[in-house]
Design a protein around this ligand. Structure first.
Ligand SMILES: [Zn+2]
Length: 298
């Protein structure tokens, strides 16, 4: 049975449900400010989270890649969701320079993980070099996902990332505190990114101390994402990565449609506006951050 990648509603990424802003009208002064559009010919962007292997791209993956390159998005980290997806993801990354694989077991796909999948992941990594372990993590948004089983898989993937000396790509939906707790409890050094971050500045700083960057994507472009705007404006640039999470989580100007890596420039322009920085400089810095984390470059 095909399970689509699409989550129909990304509201919880824009504003946590307990946020008072959900019930408030958005004042004009706190919207995502316009930035001078980046010089598209010069920027080189790294989409730190793009599910380019998703079935949503089967019909036109080549065109999607061409659009990405034309927009300056020349590198992408492609995180897996299930063991069954690893062979195709491997083939895709072999087919094109600038596509980097991460292999792991996504918490939202619990029903498709077997007890032997952690062993299978280790065996796979011995023969298929990766740039990260993931996507893995904790999801407290969907109550049908057995939390104990999510924890077992996450802790197993922490061990594997540590053993292979690879960064982690973490999913944390309504689970930033739990993920921080697990990282502390693990005790051994880890590094990586918490993708689609929508937590507090304090949580982002705590994650940074634990070796983790935060990934910022489409939700930041929504006027209502006021807490996230403040977080993004104040964090040190070194801990920021940009992402699309394509085909999910489109930015405000592509709301309701399929997201794709080319749209990363809209995230870039928004984040640059919030920080009062030149988009080209922000592109340069965040690409360097992603290359340092995943490629050990620079
Ligand atoms: Zn993802």
């Amino acid at each position: 049975m095909a399970v689509g990648f699409k989550r129909l509603d990304n509201e919880h990424y824009v504003n946590e449900p307990e946020s008072i802003h959900v019930l408030q009208r958005t004042p004009m002064t706190d919207t995502c400010p316009p930035a001078a559009p980046a010089n598209r010919t010069k920027v080189s962007l790294f989409d730190s989270h793009a599910h380019l292997d998703a079935p949503e791209f089967d019909a036109d993956r080549g065109a999607v890649l061409r659009h990405a390159h034309a927009a300056g998005v020349k590198e992408m980290l492609i995180p897996a969701v299930t063991a069954a997806s690893w062979p195709n993801l491997h083939a895709l990354c072999e087919s094109e320079p600038g596509l980097y694989p991460a292999y792991g077991l996504h918490p939202c796909y619990l029903a498709r993980h077997d007890d032997g999948d952690l062993d299978a992941l280790q065996a796979w990594l011995h023969h298929h070099p990766a740039k990260a372990v993931g996507e893995c993590g904790l999801d407290l948004f969907d109550p049908s996902l057995d939390f104990e089983r999510q924890l077992r898989l996450l802790r197993g993937q922490f061990e594997i990332a540590h053993r292979f000396d690879l960064p982690l790509v973490l999913h944390a939906r309504r689970a930033f505190e739990q993920v921080i707790l697990e990282l502390r409890r693990f005790g051994k050094p880890l590094r990586g990114v918490v993708h689609s971050f929508s937590g507090s500045t304090e949580q982002a700083r705590e994650l940074w101390k634990l070796g983790f960057s935060v990934g910022i994507g489409g939700p930041v472009t929504y006027d209502r994402a006021q807490r996230l705007h403040k977080v993004v404006a104040t964090l040190p640039i070194d801990c920021l990565l940009l992402e699309t999470d394509a085909p999910d989580q489109p930015d405000a100007s592509h709301r309701g449609g399929r997201n794709q890596p080319a749209f990363l420039v809209d995230v870039l322009d928004c984040v640059a506006g919030l920080r009062g920085e030149d988009p080209a400089e922000l592109a340069h810095a965040t690409t360097a951050n992603a290359r340092r984390l995943f490629l050990r470059a620079g």
